[in-house]
Each structure stands twice: as structure tokens, then as C-alpha cells.
Design a protein around this ligand. Structure first.
Ligand code: AMP
Length: 560
């Protein structure tokens, strides 16, 4: 490659980077938060939009919620599963559905750059408009093929025969194109159209699919692990729960983040007895109750199963009813009439509500088995004292979801008030290459749960230390270290200042830290063996021997 070509390529590369930055800025609506701000000489890093730091004291509430989940789920016989945060993109495309927003628009996938490249190439009809566009297109094809070479060499792209062949053809096309351009043929003409047409096919056909993505939810990974570790050979059903971060490139708002946290559970294998559905929901409500979440509302529905005498028949009926009122619906709903009429029922658009209310309801079109299943689920919930509300519009868009669906809303969350969603998905494990397996699960939005708890005043509670040790003098210091160790062993949180402070200053610090007690240790206290314990709330003081003091604080701690 000549220097001139290299320089041209570099210029193109810079142009792509500029385009990328502009696209990112457009998407985010604000300048990239990691960019230096005007007036700042040094770059100030900030958490990426849609992500946030969780800090003390708030993290205490997060820990409390997670601990409650461990305890409650444990009492229902669930074991924790930890799956990787990155999985193959294909896993999510297959389980969540390639056409859903979550997969097609919101996933963080790698290698992103090549995909971006591909999109940036546009179509050859654009390239054929004038000399400048043709030039740009050609340059992009050359750079794209160079990048493919790097990725293939580094083994970041699958070195399949198809990919290697496609790459070779693209490289040949690139040099053919350069040759043509350098011989002065710089205007769009039918020969260019033919050549670029071939290049376009190569570019589109190149298999970038073996990509990895940050998980947008936890069910797919759990089912993958169930299959991979042959868990169908364990006593069924297998009851698993998970907690951790999930990633979706959504538009951030209150209660909606790009990195958010879910706590979820799945019951895989075994039967689909309605009692399983009911017990899972009972566990969920017990968990919310133990967390102190008030004002929750549980909605349930049955979406039947994918058969002509059940959901499929209902879908067809719904579609034909929707066709009759198509003109009155918004663009999204109009599109869904064809692709997924059930999803029209999800619509929150105000003017569509009266129309939707008049549509046929799925409960009237379930097959006998599904009808019975639903009736027994409701009965089983009643046996367990779980209060529910039926919502015939609670649906799921994908075929493998069936029968029970449920959702829980909580107060204080504005429009994003769903704190948990769940349902039965008997076909999913099989769809992912496993044996036929029954399945049901839920995912709780932990961020929203915490937000709702905070809004209702169930915040983190007292965060201060139990004991602040105010020490003065060298002998007192040695005793203070020993006292700190003993108190910590007894479960107290203890602050031991690393340098000597006057007692007045030390007590000031103790109260700033929200300490309950200050243990005052001077050389005279050490010599007498009588330590002073001050209760900061009322200022009262008592003198106690070391053993008595330890005993006293231990009891206090137990009573906290
Ligand atoms: P889904 O996996 O979409 O069924 O969501 C399950 C639960 O996760 C929802 O009910 C929300 O509470 C929570 N959730 C989903 N997406 C987000 C997000 N972007 N930010 C915060 N919570 C979310």
C-alpha cells in the first residue's frame, strides 16, 4: 500500500471515529460524560450515563435485601447460581427473541466496532450518487477489509471457511476497486455498481454472529447452565436463584438504568403442577414482606399455550378484531397487529385504552387444560393466603411463554412501577438445545425495590459505629488495640483512631460518626482497670471493669 493510500485510509478512519462520536452524542442527547468539560484542564471521569455508584450508607440496604433473598429463598429449597456476565449473543437472541428491543437495540455486544462499521457503510445506492460518495464507500470497504484481517488474525472473529473465503474475496475486491479508481475511473457507472454490489454482498454476509454480549437478563444463562451441567439428571425440579448486574442500553430515567440489578429465581424440570407456580409466587411475596416492602400489588394471568385451540386461536381472533380498528391505533400497535397482536395489549397509550378494553379476552379462549391449570393456580394462591388481582392484559411476546404470567408493582416508582415480572416458559430449555423441560421463574428489579423501600422511609437505618475508642497515652493505646479486637470479635463495629486525639476532639469525632458509645481509655483508666463508657445519646457515663464492659456491650449488641 502506498503512503498516499495509507494517509487516505487514516483520514477515513478518523472520519469514522468522528461519526461514531457524533452518533453516540446523538443517541445520548448530551455530550459524552467522560469527555473533558470546558474550563477543566484535567479530564474528570464520571460514571457512564445510565450507570451509578452505590455508596455507603445505601449499600447497607442493598446488602440487607440480598441477605433477605438468600435467607428466604433458602427456606424454600433454592440454591444460588452464579453465571458469567458475558454470554454468547446467540443465546440471548434465541431465548429473548432476536426481534425484541432488548436484543436488537439494547444489548452491549462485542465486537461492536465491526458492526458499527457495517452499518456506517450504508448501501451502494447511496455510493452510486456521485464521485465523492463513491470514494467514501470505497475507502470504507478497504478499511473494513483491513479491520477484518486484524480481527481474524487475532482470532477475535470465527475463522470459519465461509469467513476466510469471504474475507479473501473482499480483499480481492478491494484491490480491484483501488486499481480501477487509480486508473481514473472515478465516476459511478454500471461497472462500479456491479463491483460494489459484490462487495456489499460480501460485507453483509460476513459472519460476525459469534459475538458476545453483556447479559440483559438472567434466565438465558441459567437455562444454558442447566443444560451444560446436565442438571436434568439431578432430582427434579432444580430450584435456582441468582442476583447480579444486568445491562441494557435503554434511555435512562428514574428506575431505569443501563446497568441495573436483578434478583431472580427459576424452577426447572419436573412437573408443571399449579402448586409450583403458586409456591414460587408465595416465596416472592414472602421475600417482599420480609424486606418490609409495603403496598405491593400482584397481578396474574394465564396466556395459555401455543396451539390453535388456545393462544394461537386467540391471537388470530385478536388480529382480526384489531384489523377492524386499525385506523384508530398508533403506529406501534398497528405494526404489532401483524408481528405480535398480543403485545398490543401492553400499550400504555391513552387513546388506545378504550379500544383495547373492548377486545376479546384470552380467558374466554383458553383450552380446557390451560383453563384448569389457571383455576388451580388461583386456588393454590388462595390456600397460601396470597392476595392477587387478575389482569387479562398481562402478556408475554414469545412463543415459549405459557400459562401463568405475573407482575408485581410497588409504590413510589412513578411510571416504572413494575418491580418484578415472571412467568412459565416450558419450551425454553428445549429451544436452547436441552431436553424438554418445564420452567417457571421471575426477575425482581433490585434497583426499583430499593427505591421503593427508600421512598417508604425504610432506608438504611443507623449507620454509625457501635463504639468509638477515645484513647490517650501509650499504655492506653496498647489496651485500646486489644479492646478493639475483643469488641470486633463480639460483632461490634469499632472505630479506633490511628493517632492520639485530645478527649474533647475524640468525642466530637465519635458523635460525627454516629457512634452509640465512646470508650474512654486514658493511662489512669488502664492503671485502675476501670474503663469509662459514655452513652453518646444522653451523655451518661459508667465505669466498668474490662470483663463487665465487654459483657455489657455484647448484650447491647445482641439487643440492637
Ligand atoms: P424483565 O427482565 O424485563 O422482565 O424485567 C424484570 C424486572 O427488572 C422489571 O420488573 C424491573 O423491575 C427490572 N428492570 C428491567 N429493566 C430495567 C432497567 N433498565 N433498570 C432498572 N430495572 C429494570
Amino acid at each position: 500500500m502506498s503512503d498516499q493510500e495509507r494517509a487516505a485510509k487514516r483520514a477515513q478512519w478518523e472520519e469514522i471515529n468522528r461519526a461514531k462520536a457524533a452518533a453516540k452524542q446523538k443517541e445520548q442527547g448530551t455530550p459524552d460524560s467522560a469527555e473533558p468539560r470546558a474550563g477543566l484542564t484535567q479530564k474528570q471521569f464520571q460514571a457512564i450515563r445510565g450507570t451509578r455508584d452505590l455508596l455507603p450508607p445505601d449499600t447497607a440496604l442493598w446488602n440487607h435485601v440480598e441477605q433477605t433473598a438468600h435467607e428466604v429463598f433458602g427456606t424454600f429449597g433454592f440454591g444460588e447460581i452464579r453465571t458469567p456476565i458475558i454470554e454468547s449473543t446467540e443465546l440471548f437472541a434465541r431465548s429473548i427473541g432476536g426481534e425484541t428491543d432488548v436484543v436488537s437495540k439494547e444489548m452491549y455486544s462485542f465486537p461492536e466496532e465491526l458492526d458499527f462499521f457495517r452499518q456506517n457503510l450504508g448501501t451502494i445506492s447511496e455510493a452510486m450518487q456521485n464521485e465523492g460518495r463513491l470514494n467514501r464507500y470505497l475507502n470504507l470497504v478497504v478499511v473494513f477489509s483491513e479491520r477484518l484481517k486484524d480481527e481474524l488474525n487475532a482470532n477475535r472473529l470465527p475463522q470459519t471457511p465461509t469467513n476466510l473465503g469471504a474475507f479473501q474475496q473482499l480483499a480481492d475486491l478491494s484491490s480491484e476497486a483501488l486499481g480501477r479508481w487509480n486508473s481514473g475511473k472515478t465516476k459511478p457507472d454500471p461497472e462500479w455498481e456491479e463491483l460494489l454490489g459484490r462487495a456489499e454482498t460480501m460485507v453483509r454476509d460476513f459472519d460476525l454472529e459469534d459475538k458476545e454480549s453483556l447479559r440483559p437478563e438472567g434466565t438465558a444463562g441459567t437455562c444454558r447452565a442447566y443444560i451444560e451441567h446436565h442438571m436434568q439428571q439431578l432430582p427434579q425440579p432444580v430450584k435456582l436463584y441468582y442476583m447480579g448486574p444486568m445491562f441494557r442500553r435503554e434511555r435512562p430515567q428514574k428506575g431505569r438504568y443501563r446497568q441495573f440489578y436483578q434478583i431472580g429465581a427459576e424452577i426447572l424440570g419436573g412437573a408443571d403442577a399449579p402448586a409450583i407456580d403458586a409456591e414460587l409466587i408465595e416465596m416472592l411475596m414472602t421475600f417482599f414482606d420480609k424486606c418490609g416492602l409495603q403496598g405491593t400489588e400482584l397481578s396474574i394471568n394465564s396466556i395459555g399455550h401455543s396451539a390453535d385451540n388456545c393462544r394461537r386461536g386467540y391471537s388470530a381472533l385478536l388480529r382480526s378484531e384489531l384489523e377492524k380498528v386499525k385506523d384508530k391505533l398508533g403506529a406501534d400497535s398497528q405494526r404489532r397487529i401483524e408481528t405480535n397482536p398480543l403485545r398490543v395489549l401492553d400499550s400504555k397509550l391513552e387513546h388506545e385504552q378504550p379500544i383495547i378494553e373492548k377486545l376479546p379476552r384470552i380467558a374466554d379462549h383458553l383450552c380446557d387444560d390451560c383453563k384448569t391449570h389457571y383455576a388451580v393456580v388461583k386456588h393454590e394462591l388462595e390456600l397460601r393466603g396470597v392476595i392477587y388481582r387478575e389482569n387479562w392484559r398481562l402478556v408475554r411476546g414469545l412463543d415459549y411463554y405459557m400459562r401463568t404470567t405475573f407482575e408485581i408493582t410497588a409504590p413510589g416508582l412513578g411510571s416504572q412501577n413494575a418491580v418484578c415480572g415472571g412467568g412459565r416458559y416450558d419450551g425454553l430449555v428445549e429451544l436452547l438445545g436441552g431436553p424438554p423441560t418445564k420452567g417457571i421463574g421471575f426477575a425482581i428489579g433490585e434497583d426499583r425495590l430499593i427505591l421503593s423501600l427508600e421512598e417508604s422511609g425504610k432506608g438504611a437505618g443507623r449507620q454509625g459505629r457501635d463504639v468509638y475508642i477515645a484513647w490517650m497515652g501509650e499504655r492506653a493505646y496498647a489496651t485500646a488495640i486489644r479492646a478493639a479486637k475483643d469488641l470486633r470479635n463480639a460483632g461490634c463495629s469499632v472505630e479506633l483512631p490511628p493517632t492520639e486525639l485530645k478527649f474533647g476532639k475524640a468525642l466530637e469525632r465519635a458523635s460525627k460518626l454516629g457512634s452509640r458509645f465512646a470508650l474512654i481509655l486514658g493511662d489512669s483508666e488502664v492503671a485502675d482497670g476501670q474503663w469509662t463508657l459514655k452513652t453518646l445519646a444522653d451523655g451518661s457515663q459508667q465505669k466498668l471493669s474490662e470483663a463487665a464492659l465487654l459483657e455489657y456491650l455484647r448484650n447491647q449488641k445482641a439487643g440492637l
